[in-house]
Design a protein around this ligand. Structure first.
Ligand SMILES: [Zn+2]
Ligand SMILES: [Zn+2]
Length: 171
């Protein structure tokens, strides 16, 4: 549901969205979200985007590979500027300050892209289903949150290949 920039009234517009989108490019639009987006035209073709997005995407714990629900409730606040406002050196001359600026090139914007990006930056690089997750046994792959297989193994997060490398370096 793209929005033509020319169709945005001078006083701006507010969108309330609630649907599903495809967050991880797996071919399934399975992540439900709720969002409010306010789009307000500023001078120089700049659009100020503000709002809020809430979602509970299913993530995979990076230690034990268990799926878990991650809660996102994130404020949106940035400016969208036309790519033509970039100076020859790629600097942006119209606005100073610390505001986040993104650029658009076409004559329309896609609210779902804005929401998807906001959700993706809200997800930790190393998602953990619990900060105390014990991970998987490096010998047999058992989920150490559920069983104690009794194997001698490396400390959690100390991956087999890496410790082999450390042993090699010691020699
Ligand atoms: Zn885990
Ligand atoms: Zn084991």
């Amino acid at each position: 549901m793209a929005i033509k920039i020319n169709d945005i009234p001078p006083e701006g517009l507010t969108l309330e969205l609630g649907q599903k989108l495809e967050l991880f490019d797996r071919g399934t639009a399975s992540t439900a979200f709720k969002a409010v987006l306010a789009i307000k035209p500023m001078k120089g073709g700049i659009l100020h985007i503000s709002g809020r997005v809430q979602s509970d995407p299913l993530l995979e714990c990076s230690r034990c590979l268990e799926s878990f629900m991650f809660n996102i409730d994130s404020e949106i606040n940035f400016d969208l500027a036309p790519i033509s406002s970039l100076g020859p050196e790629g600097e942006h001359e119209l606005i100073g300050g610390e505001l986040d600026i993104e650029f658009y090139q076409s004559d329309e914007i896609e609210p779902l892209d804005i929401i998807k990006e906001q959700l993706l930056i809200s997800i930790p690089m190393v998602p953990l289903h619990d900060s105390g997750c014990k991970g998987l046994c490096s010998v047999c792959g058992a989920d150490l949150n559920k069983v104690e297989c009794g194997h001698q193994r490396n400390a959690p997060g100390d991956f087999g290949a890496f410790s082999t490398l450390k042993d090699l370096l010691k020699k």
